[in-house]
Design a protein around this ligand. Sequence first.
Ligand SMILES: Nc1ncnc2c1ncn2[C@@H]1O[C@H](COP(=O)(O)OP(=O)(O)OP(=O)(O)O)[C@@H](O)[C@H]1O
Ligand SMILES: Cc1ncc(CO)c(N)n1
Ligand SMILES: [Mg+2]
Length: 528
Amino acid sequence: MASAHILSTSGLFNKEDRAPMTSDHSKMKIPHVLTVAGSDSGAGAGIQADIKACAARGVYCSTVITAVTAQNTVGVQGVNVVPEDFVGEQLKSVLSDMQVDVVKTGMLPSIGIVNVLNQSLREFPVQALVVDPVMVSTSGDVLAGPSILAGFREDLFPMADIITPNLKEASALLGGQQLETVSDMCSAAKLLHDMGPRNVLVKGGDLPDSLDAVDIFFDGQDFYKLRSSRIKTRNTHGTGCSLASCIAAELAKGSPMLQAVKVAKRHVDTALDYSKDIVIGNGAQGPFDLLFRLKSYAQNSGRQVGFNQNDLFLYAVTDSRMNKKWGHSITDAVGAAIEGGATIVQLREKDVETQDFLEAAKACLKICRSHGIPLLINDRIDVAIACDADGVHVGQSDMPARVARTLLGPEKIIGVSCKTPEQANQAWIDGADYIGCGGVYPTNTKENNLTVGLDGLKAVCVASKLPVVAIGGIGASNACSVMQIGVPNLKGVAVVSALFDRESVLTATRELHAVLKEAASMSMERTH
Ligand SMILES: Nc1ncnc2c1ncn2[C@@H]1O[C@H](COP(=O)(O)OP(=O)(O)OP(=O)(O)O)[C@@H](O)[C@H]1O
Ligand SMILES: Cc1ncc(CO)c(N)n1
Ligand SMILES: [Mg+2]
């Protein structure tokens, strides 16, 4: 099949031409957590939470299902327990074949299932066992009856590297004693530790009258109070399952226990904060979003999804010194450039403090979004991420495009400055969306910059599989000759001085826009 779709992809799909992305990683071992738990049809807790938590932490998750629940944000409407033999069969399938690092348990609805699990773990030992002794859902529904207590205490806890009961579960395991204060939680952690697990985390999500969300970690010697501010939200369904899975995921990566617990708590906390206002379901307890980091990929707020190469037509690059010289604010300058016909904007602020840069970027993003114009950030990936800009432009000595792609995700726009066909090819392999080629003419905005001339520009365009924007000393007087070099992937010109080193940015942009239009219609005539 011909690969005609080269220009706008981010790099993963053109198998014929691009170097394979993972050739030297073909034998990579991925950290692996096996969760042995129940399915939650509402997907906030149970197996579904475990898969999301492991994915969010970058760890593979296999699943042995112990029960299927009919469950939503109102409560648990039904439970169908998987026969213990079949739980055993699932365990054998996974453990005999895959290299599982850590087993995490959730809902274990019968003593028979606990026994089967116990046998499997003896037959196929793993590096660590995380036991979340699930008994009652937050809605108050019973997920494992009291008969399970002996199974936990006698069979699983002695093997466990950590157990993670919530207050009700800790209380049930200790014969029903009330747990109402942080000091009660410490005593409980100690008593539970005596049952055999190497570490205990008593979770305080349900601690009454507590302003903070406090969990007590006990390693047999020291107590650690893990405290975060309590987030006001109804979306806490599945926090416990998610926390235990995040711990398991960090252990699978090789973290020490306390570090794993701290990272897990921070992940759940950030996820709760991020999703505090989402609305799923009508019940009292909604699920939250563990994959919040993927947010900007999914909710491309306000802009078109993907990169349109025609956006390179009149590419405005800002310059703080010029704005200062003419007394323009950055937002006025960007607004005027857009009004004059700029089709994409790049913020290139060389002598500005980071905080001011971020504020400027946010303000410019608002203007750009309201006009449907993409906003890119020069060099500063951190600023681009912080303001959710549409992408970045990087030079040859900035962050490599491949790394920028990993940091920004598959949908953001990445441009790379290139002077040679080799650099253009590398930019394509690295998953860039376009290249900037120049300086075409000498310019004052970049010191010691090698000028490639129209011939150099043409050579790069011919070699490039990506669309190209020409840059360097271009303005209304020479834009026409640049656009007429006769290569179809030269999509536009990028300009700094010709727009911003002017008293009226609006007039200058309009003028250049008219020249580019004229050049485009001339080349249309030539081809028809
Ligand atoms: N509103 C909140 N704000 C911040 N952290 C919270 C909040 N609610 C729970 N947590 C934290 O989430 C983690 C899970 O604790 P929790 O006591 O809710 O577990 P759980 O009852 O087993 O949860 P579930 O049964 O819903 O899966 C703990 O680290 C706890 O401190
Ligand atoms: C299946 C399942 N496992 C665990 C919990 C605890 O949150 C739940 N509500 N549902
Ligand atoms: Mg729980």
